[in-house]
Write a protein that binds this ligand. Structure first.
Ligand SMILES: [Zn+2]
Length: 90
């Protein structure tokens, strides 16, 4: 794949500031848009299933998987592959 013309990309450290601003606060107040059905709702209204394997957050309308959180010895892994976007409170 040929990179798009324009400025050279920065390394991941350049995202530290914006990501630090996003990854704090009460996550249940964040609004997530389900990539399955398109509904946008605060995460507090989603359906959550917890087990020893981790936490699965499902859309309250279509039951599609929005977010998966797995706590591991080396850190916590978060996948939000079922969300088109997530808006956090400023
Ligand atoms: Zn949905």
């Amino acid at each position: 794949m040929t990179p798009a013309p324009g400025p050279a990309p920065l390394d991941g450290n350049a995202a530290a500031g914006p990501l630090s601003a996003v990854l704090t606060g009460d996550a249940t107040l964040a609004v997530a848009c389900c990539s399955g059905c398109g509904v946008a709702a605060v995460l507090a209204t989603a359906s959550v299933f917890r087990s020893a394997m981790g936490t699965v957050v499902r859309c309250s309308r279509c039951a599609g998987v929005l977010v998966v959180v797995v706590e591991r010895p080396g850190g916590t892994v978060v996948s939000a592959h079922g969300c088109s976007w997530i808006r956090v409170r400023a």
